[in-house]
Structure formats: structure tokens, C-alpha cells
Design a protein around this ligand. Structure first.
Ligand SMILES: [Zn+2]
Ligand SMILES: [Zn+2]
Ligand SMILES: [Zn+2]
Length: 124
């Protein structure tokens, strides 16, 4: 069991490193650690994957910068189950399920999207 939360990029499958507090092999952290909390987000400010914004608050020495809408085609969200990197647009459209492996994501995360992404109210 799980010693995959390394920090040297040598994991099989070459997943990006995910920073965070007490992260496990599927990017859960000290703050979010349910079965569904398997999404890591690369942050605009430092181009590093973090398990959640609180991990960034704890480990980074700067404020979190959300992604602007024009960069939503950037691969900045990683599924902790399969390691696939999704674009922000794919993640926002995926209805809390990984498009690659169908792993369920935490639907409650959508309440936090504005911390990471410059999402606005739908105009429809
Ligand atoms: Zn940062
Ligand atoms: Zn965290
Ligand atoms: Zn997946």
C-alpha cells in the first residue's frame, strides 16, 4: 500500500508531482480525503499541482491565482485515479466524473471552482 506520494517524479506512469499536506497516491490530502477527493489542480500562480487550495495556502509563499477563462483549454486538472490530465474545460464539463476512467469526483468541489478558475455565472 501507498508510498506513491513521492516528490521526485519517478513514479511509474510518470504522473506529475502533486504537492500537498499528507497527500496519498490519489491526491487526497489532510483537508479533503473522502473516496471522491481524487482531483489535483495545477495552479496558475506556480504551475504546480496541489491537492487543494488549503494545501497551497499551507505550502506556498504567495496567494493563489485562478485561471482566466481564455486558458481553460490548459491541462491543469489531474484525475488521481487514472492520472489523466484534463483541461479545465473538460473538468468543468465532466459532471463530477472522470472522462477517461469514469471515476466519480466530489460534486462538492464545484462550490470551490471559483478559487481555482475564473468561473462566472452562466449567461444562458
Ligand atoms: Zn501558487
Ligand atoms: Zn489540502
Ligand atoms: Zn480518471
Amino acid at each position: 500500500m501507498g508510498s506513491a506520494a513521492g516528490c521526485d517524479g519517478t513514479n511509474p506512469g510518470a504522473r506529475p508531482r502533486v504537492r500537498g499536506v499528507s497527500t496519498d497516491g490519489q491526491t487526497r490530502c489532510a483537508h479533503y480525503h473522502s473516496e471522491l477527493d481524487i482531483v489535483a489542480i495545477k495552479l496558475r500562480c506556480c504551475s504546480e499541482y496541489y491537492a487543494c487550495k488549503y494545501c497551497h495556502d499551507a505550502l506556498a509563499d504567495h496567494g493563489l491565482v485562478p485561471w482566466p477563462r481564455e486558458l481553460f483549454d490548459t491541462r491543469a486538472v489531474m484525475c488521481g485515479a487514472c492520472g489523466t490530465e484534463l483541461t479545465i474545460a473538460m473538468y468543468l464539463a465532466c459532471k463530477s466524473r472522470c472522462p477517461a476512467c469514469s471515476a466519480p469526483f466530489n460534486p462538492g468541489c464545484s462550490r470551490h471552482h471559483h478559487f481555482y478558475f475564473s468561473v462566472t455565472e452562466p449567461t444562458a
